[in-house]
Design a protein around this ligand. Structure first.
Ligand code: GCO
Ligand code: MG
Length: 401
């Protein structure tokens, strides 16, 4: 079965997505998500100008060989653009293999290790009381795990505070800038979780995302302050490329740590996993080299008692979510899956077999990934330039967003 060509579909049904459609001589095609938020066209060009011409004519059944060919063969390794493009090809090839063998992808990955995959939703509020109400809405929909974020008093905007229950950080048009104060933030988190535990009791899993903004010692202080509220995890407590920072945080707190949504290879997370400095690894299919590479990360993590917690924000398309759910269902050391429902426009462009019920998701049993794209409808939502915001401290210094 030969790869005969492919199309890179760039569309914006509510937000931008890049999708690779890989075609074979047997008329079968596979889909791969290639969306890199705020840098979409770089991946689209990498795929259509460099990757597709190099893989036409290759045997679509040889997924591992094509992965190595693209990774080692390019000489220039790793990096978000490269690894997103490699992921798109890899995901599309798993989709093709599933369709060719008439089985859902999770069956190719070893079958189901669980009935369904626990997901967490995103609750937020301008005030603690609004955040409590938002968490309550998720609980009433059956969620067993909820991430909670609250505005920081004195800051014009805070990461993670959505309109309604949807949060979309990328904004169309020019780059926006926002202000940040770690001192103001640090005082605002424990009161939120104290209130949430009082309201919802001990059983609900509560999560929180720091979004890389604290120094290691600030993060250690926050982790310690949150210990009485027994969080499921504290995410991205400090910039993820400083592994030594995690050693310091670990010395001070038993709050579980999650990291990895910006990682794109096993090398980014190896030390954190091997030294057991984290509890959950958050790499996901689209940004960490596809299902083939994610399985290697999961196997390394399994050895060291680290569980998976794949990134699943709305900038990861339904193709990525479907692939993530096949992965989650199959790996032994699954922890949790992030889930932010996509907009209605996105849902109309991408049909899918996956479904949510009772706080959990299942990828469905359609052959392959079980997801498709309506290309004509996609074409009616043309790409629109969009950027993630840039954060500055109160004195104007650029800070981690
Ligand atoms: C999360 C993430 C997102 C990212 C976004 C960037 O935990 O879901 O932090 O909110 O900011 O995916 O593109
Ligand atoms: Mg995050």
């Amino acid at each position: 079965m030969k790869i005969v060509g492919g199309t890179v579909i760039t569309c914006s049904p509510g937000r931008n997505f890049v999708t690779l459609k890989l075609e074979t001589d047997e008329g079968m095609y596979g889909l791969g998500d290639a969306t890199l938020n705020g840098r979409e066209l770089a991946v689209a060009s990498y795929l259509s100008d460099h990757v597709l011409p190099a893989i036409v004519g290759r045997d679509a059944r040889n997924i591992e060989d094509i992965w190595q060919f693209l990774y080692k063969g390019a000489y220039w390794r790793r990096g978000p653009v490269t690894m997103t493009a490699v992921a798109a090809v890899d995901t599309a090839l798993w989709d093709i293999k599933g369709k060719a063998l008439n089985v859902p992808v999770y069956q190719l990955l070893g079958g189901a290790s669980r009935d369904a995959v626990m997901v967490y939703g995103h609750a937020s509020g301008e005030t603690i009381e609004q955040a409590v109400e938002a968490v309550g809405r998720y609980v009433s929909q059956g969620y067993q795990a909820v991430r909670a974020q609250c505005s920081v008093p004195g800051l014009p905007q805070t990461y993670g505070i959505g309109r309604g229950d949807r949060y979309e950080p990328a904004a169309r048009g020019a780059v926006s800038e926002t202000r940040w104060s770690s001192a103001r933030y640090l005082g605002s988190v424990a009161p939120l979780f104290e209130r949430l535990r009082r309201e919802f009791g001990p059983d609900l899993h509560l999560l929180h995302d720091v979004h890389h903004r604290l120094t290691p010692i600030e993060a250690a202080r926050l982790g310690r302050a949150l210990e009485p509220y027994a969080l499921f995890w504290l995410e991205d407590p400090t910039p993820a490329d400083n592994h030594e920072g995690f050693r310091l945080i670990r010395q001070h707190t038993t709050t579980p740590l999650a990291v990895g949504e910006v990682f794109n290879s096993i090398h980014d997370c190896r030390a954190l996993i091997e030294e057991q400095l984290i509890d959950y690894i958050r790499t996901t299919v689209v940004h960490a080299g596809g299902l083939s590479h994610m399985r290697k990360i999961a196997s390394l993590a399994e050895l060291h008692g680290v569980r998976t917690g794949s990134h699943g924000a709305t900038d990861l398309s339904p193709v990525c979510l479907a692939a993530a759910l096949h992965f989650d269902l199959s790996v032994h050391n699954f922890g949790i899956q992030e889930y932010m429902p996509h907009s209605d426009e996105t849902e109309r462009v991408f049909s899918h077999a996956y479904a949510f019920a009772g706080g959990a998701m299942h990828p469905g049993d359609a052959p392959g990934l079980g997801v498709d794209i309506d290309e004509r409808l996609a074409a009616s939502f043309p790409y629109q330039r969009a950027y993630l915001p840039v954060a500055r401290l109160m004195d104007g210094t650029v800070h981690d967003w």
